[in-house]
Design a protein around this ligand. Structure first.
Ligand code: F0G
Length: 405
């Protein structure tokens, strides 16, 4: 059975509770009583397995949500994403061993689907009548898809003017009530928490610990793809710090269960204009920082991340590193990833940009290996300018002239 436990004061809450904050102020975590289970159990499962084990999340059900009934799972066959090698991206980073875990190839186009299948399954099983999230766009699209699949109404709250139209279009198409807020993600998050405390809705942001249980499977899946040989580093974008927390928990549990024999170091990468966690790291974790966020990487435009405590623990335990990179550096990294035919949204390029910077500083050595997590799809942020101006006449010579340019 799973329980919810406060990592700070040890208080316990029933797993069926929709309360995710401890009275002491920390966020509750899911604690499983694990059955010892070996790599071969997971290696034997795949796309050929009966549902829900054909999902890249539920394939690891013993680590994600043991004993949750199969028939209650709401899955869109998330996960099973590729782990790419690219010589050109490796040469951009400056070391040989770089792999790209492409979470943009999930059903709604981002890693959020991995957490959402678990949070929505649990919410449905416990009778939730309405779901809500605050979002910079990807969580919104993901929640909208899974709520639709579950048949539960949902609403999403996103910053007006700063959320990609493609992400909002997804949420609307899946049938979510889409509410735009004059303010930042952090305002949307604070309001959503208030509403959830009043018991009016069930919140499925990553402060919901079941989201993190699903997101752990990113790590389990690439470890399985690597034959359970852990890389030296895992590099990824960091905003609200859900992934950082989930990856730390995944590695702790994988070590505990003997699935891996050494722990990779986490490299959490923020955009320089929205880098409170990087500042906290530089200051030796003396305080929890918040900032007015400013970056073109809208997915990680977050100034007051909610999962700070558990993410800090993840960085400490893995002897990890937190770094800020400029928007210009994100552009360069995205270009390298796009031009390799792989592609991702701007924020998703942060892991590659951060790894390149640590290689430059000599903190990642030439013989070390990096898995960079690409968190969302290239199509998440289509350019906004009209293509009318550069259209040609429908004539052969016009086409030949265009090709010759
Ligand atoms: N990458 C992408 C593409 C994201 O959409 C997000 C977060 C992150 C990275 C950061 O992940 O919050 O776990 O540190 N997007 C949230 C959203 C905030 O609402 O879609 P994190």
């Amino acid at each position: 059975m799973a329980i919810l436990r406060c990592p700070a004061c040890g208080a316990e809450e029933q797993a069926s509770s929709a309360r995710y904050e401890c009275a002491c102020g920390e966020l509750l975590e899911v604690e499983h009583s694990f059955r010892l289970v070996g790599r071969e159990v997971f290696d034997a499962r795949g796309l050929h397995s009966p549902a829900p084990l054909d999902s890249g999340v539920w394939r690891f059900r013993e680590l994600v949500y043991p004993r949750f009934p199969s028939e209650a799972v709401v899955s869109l066959r998330e996960g099973n994403t590729p782990l790419y090698s690219s010589e050109s991206v490796a040469s951009f980073v400056g070391i040989e061993q770089v792999k790209l875990k492409h979470e943009g190839l999930n059903p709604s186009g981002s890693f959020k689907d991995r957490g959402m299948t678990v949070a929505v399954s649990r919410a449905k099983a416990s009778g939730a009548r309405r779901l809500l999230c605050a979002s910079t766009g990807n969580t919104a699209a993901s929640l909208a898809a899974y709520a639709a699949a579950a048949g539960i109404p949902c609403a999403i709250l996103a910053p007006a003017g700063k959320t990609s139209a493609a992400k909002l279009a997804q949420a609307t198409a899946y049938g979510a009530q889409t509410i735009l807020l004059r303010g930042d993600f952090d305002h949307a998050m604070a309001l959503s928490r208030e509403l959830a405390r009043a018991g009016e809705v069930e919140l499925v942001n990553s402060l919901n610990p079941f989201r993190l249980e699903g997101q752990k499977s990113i790590v389990f899946e690439f470890l399985a793809q690597l034959g359970w040989r852990a890389p030296d580093w895992i590099a990824f974008p960091a905003g609200n710090l859900g992934n950082c927390s989930a990856f730390g928990k995944a590695l702790r549990e994988a070590r505990y269960l003997g699935l891996i024999d050494r722990t990779p170091r986490l490299l959490a990468v923020q955009a320089a204009g929205a880098a409170p966690f990087a500042r906290g790291f530089e200051q030796g974790w003396t305080q929890r920082v918040s900032v007015e966020p400013q970056t073109r990487a809208s997915a990680i435009r977050i100034g007051a991340p909610v999962s700070w405590g558990r993410a800090e623990r993840a960085i400490r335990e893995t002897r990890g590193h937190v770094l800020a990179v400029s928007d210009a550096e994100l552009d360069l990294a995205k270009r390298a990833i796009d031009r390799a035919g792989i592609g991702c949204e701007l924020a998703s390029a942060a892991g590659v940009a951060g790894a390149r910077e640590l290689v430059r500083r000599g903190l990642i050595g030439p013989e070390e290996s990096v898995v960079a997590v690409l968190t969302a799809n290239l199509l998440k942020e289509p350019p906004t300018e009209s293509d009318e101006a550069r259209a040609i006449e429908p004539e052969l010579d016009a086409l030949q002239r265009a090709l010759a340019q």
